[in-house]
Design a protein around this ligand. Structure first.
Ligand code: HEM
Length: 307
């Protein structure tokens, strides 16, 4: 009997930076096309960018596109039914998640901000004739693996062994080897959060603060109940703290092969699923929200070939 694994003859390769854990410095630069007639040109220009190849001080580069822009430029390799963050999510009690969709995002990550700074500036310069920067955020890890709420973030993430299956569109489908990214910047009301005793903060998150153990009795409005992956499906988070000493929060960076998992989690957090709003949203609020399609490297390369 033949036990050799059977892979499709040409497996698509995801953009490597999605899975490049452990990097200390990040920048997310979102772009808007300046001239609507040059959208295809812009998609090709982004696809032609590449990260430096040195083994030390290198940078991971992940490129994502507004879903509608990608499906116009590459209709044969666009996943069906994905769309940009085109409308605000109107939650209960006046809570709003704003839609701030841009045309593309470049996510740079590496060992230190000096290399990110240079590589990001160069990319912006290379795209300058076609697009301008609409939003820029710089991120860095806090106390190894903690969000700026002080809680460990990522505990329930899939391992790197399982993450590709959670994240990547399966072979044989349009957009195979690609993924959907939700990028959402949340600003914390640090004074309000820090006035809450730790035991109550733990009820808000649904886990202990010191070592991220799930509480035995979880309140229906806890963050982990609002985003329960057994209910909504699995996602892979690469969140990072962002900001300054006086103005900071979480850059939510979530990937999934299925956009609905991400969008239903947001609706649930906003209270639209059960009428119960995620307690965490009393202490932090989203400033931005955008979905990007992050194509396979083969898709990007095929565009350069056609340039
Ligand atoms: C300020 C924003 C946010 C903060 C500070 C935050 C923080 C956390 C923390 C501390 C945990 C518990 C540990 C863990 O499993 O990682 C967690 C879990 C989780 N969060 Fe968030 N999060 C935020 C926004 C979001 C958003 C916008 C989504 C989805 C769109 C989301 C999805 C999840 C999921 C899926 C889990 C794991 C739930 C499970 O146990 O199955 N989070 N988050």
């Amino acid at each position: 009997m033949d036990h050799a694994p059977r892979y499709p003859s040409r497996m698509r390769t995801p953009q490597g930076g999605i899975f490049a854990l452990g990097t200390a410095s990040h920048a997310y630069v979102e772009f808007d096309v300046s001239d609507g007639r040059k959208k295809r040109h812009f998609v090709r220009a982004i696809s032609s960018l590449h990260e430096p190849r040195t083994t030390m001080g290198a940078v991971n580069l992940v490129a994502g596109f507004r879903p509608e822009l990608w499906s116009k430029a590459v209709p044969d390799d666009a996943p069906a039914e994905i769309e940009g963050f085109n409308q605000d999510v109107m939650g209960i009690d006046g809570f709003v998640m704003p839609a701030t969709q841009h045309d593309a995002v470049l996510w740079f990550s590496g060992s230190a901000y000096d290399v990110i700074f240079d590589v990001a500036r160069q990319a912006i310069a290379e795209l300058a004739d076609l697009a301008s920067v609409g939003e820029e955020t710089v991120s860095w890890p806090y106390q190894r693996d903690r969000d700026l709420t002080g809680f460990i973030d990522g505990t329930e993430n899939p391992t790197l062994m399982d993450a590709p299956e959670v994240v990547l569109i399966a072979e044989g489908n349009p957009g195979a080897g690609g993924t959907i990214l939700l990028l959402q910047k949340w600003t914390h009301d640090t004074a309000a959060w820090e006035s809450v005793p730790v035991v109550d903060q733990e009820r808000v998150i649904g886990r202990t603060k010191l070592n991220s153990i799930e509480l035995k009795e979880n309140a229906p409005d806890s963050h982990v109940a609002s985003t329960d992956q057994d209910r909504f499906g699995k996602i892979f988070r690469r969140n990072m703290p962002y900001g300054t000493v006086t103005d900071h929060g979480t850059m939510f960076v979530g990937f999934s092969a299925d956009q609905q998992r991400l969008s239903t989690m947001l609706e649930s957090m906003a209270g639209l699923t059960t009428g119960v709003r995620d307690a965490l949203t009393r202490y932090t609020r989203p400033l931005t929200g955008a979905y990007y399609f992050v194509p396979s490297t083969e898709s990007l390369r095929s565009l350069i070939g056609g340039a």
